[in-house]
Design a binder for this molecule. Structure first.
Ligand code: ADP
Length: 321
């Protein structure tokens, strides 16, 4: 069953800018779905439409079979949203923020208090229940936004850049909680700039660019498409010449840093052995870029190739819209 369907969504802002150009999207119930795209691609506009903050120009939205135009209340009850901007009273204490939101969904105050405590504890905010929202750090505010979005127990949770500007430790604890929610059946859709976040959390993704979906894919399939990975190696001693190694493309960045492209089927340990035969010892190594990031860039490159020529051979795991 589909948790969410967007069909031919268009948005033309009063300025005349066409932010969405007929977006089709389908997210299955129980999925963990990433919507990726550069700034200005249309992600917030899309989320704004799904959550009735922005009026669409054309198209259709369905949430668990309920049409946004005909049954807005049914749709609203099923969606929880963590927006990018905090657009409400910053002087309210944490507990009141969550209880008020429950009231907005018609949940009686006594029940609201029980649920608020549950979610605030889950998100490690219970000790701060009397703190005013404005006194919370960015990471804590985000967690409060998640508690607030969950209090009416929506089937779909939509998060717009949930971990933007959040430090790594809080980000990891948020990931942990989002996984737990998803394991318990909540469908999660998030937009993110961090491809690592999508790779670590999500099962499916869609890439949006200039108001159009350019690719949808299962992340596991996508990662299998990786033909190579690039590593940056710090060497002990100085490199005098570049050895030629089969299966590895080497590039000297400076005399003690080497960039190596390792193609599929070749292992890092094989690389170390080959280098040691030339007396080159590796002190440390790191991935030059996140794996999904590489694919993303390949894909966007591929799209611009196909826009100007007819390069064949799309990766098989990716369906281009
Ligand atoms: P993203 O969330 O992917 O960064 P947005 O949905 O915010 O993208 O923006 C998509 C495009 O729509 C951008 O070109 C942006 O400048 C434009 N846009 C967003 N909001 C408005 C608005 N209220 N009026 C006019 N143009 C807008």
């Amino acid at each position: 069953m589909s948790a969410l369907i967007a069909h031919q969504l268009r948005k033309v802002y009063p300025s005349g800018l066409e932010a969405l150009k007929g977006v089709d999207l389908s997210v299955e119930a129980g999925d963990f779905f990433a919507l990726l795209g550069p700034n200005g691609a249309g992600k917030s506009t899309l989320i704004g439409i799904l959550t009735s903050l922005i009026n669409k120009t054309a198209g259709r939205v369905e949430v668990f079979g309920h049409d946004l135009d005909r049954e807005p209340e049914q749709v609203r009850a099923r969606l929880g949203v963590v927006p990018q901007e905090f657009n409400f009273n910053l002087f309210l204490p944490v507990l009141e923020v969550v209880i008020n939101q429950a009231g907005y969904f018609g949940i009686p105050r006594r029940e609201a208090r029980v649920r608020a405590e549950y979610y605030l504890r889950k998100l490690d905010l219970w000790e701060r229940r009397e703190t005013q929202m404005r006194q919370l750090s960015g990471g804590l505010k985000r967690r409060l936004m998640i508690a607030r979005a969950l209090v009416h127990q929506p089937q779909v949770l939509i998060l717009d850049e949930p971990t933007a500007g959040v430090d790594i430790e809080i980000r990891r604890s948020m990931w942990h909680y989002l996984r737990e929610l998803n394991d318990n059946g909540t469908t999660i859709i998030l937009t993110t700039h961090y491809l690592e976040e999508a790779e670590s959390l999500c099962r499916h993704l869609a890439i949006i660019n200039h108001g159009a979906i350019i690719a949808t894919a299962e992340i596991a399939d996508l990662l299998k498409e990786l033909r190579s990975e690039t590593f940056v190696l710090n060497l002990r001693g100085r490199l005098t010449e570049l050895p030629a190694l089969g299966g590895f493309v080497l590039d000297a960045i400076d005399e003690s840093t080497l960039e190596v492209e390792v193609s599929r089927g070749h292992s890092i340990s094989g690389l170390f052995e080959a280098l040691s035969r030339y007396g080159i010892e590796v002190m440390s190594l790191r991935n030059k870029q996140n794996r999904l990031e590489k694919l993303f860039l390949d894909m966007v490159d591929h799209r611009s190739d196909t826009a100007t020529s007819s390069t064949p051979g799309q990766p098989s795991g990716v369906s281009y819209e």
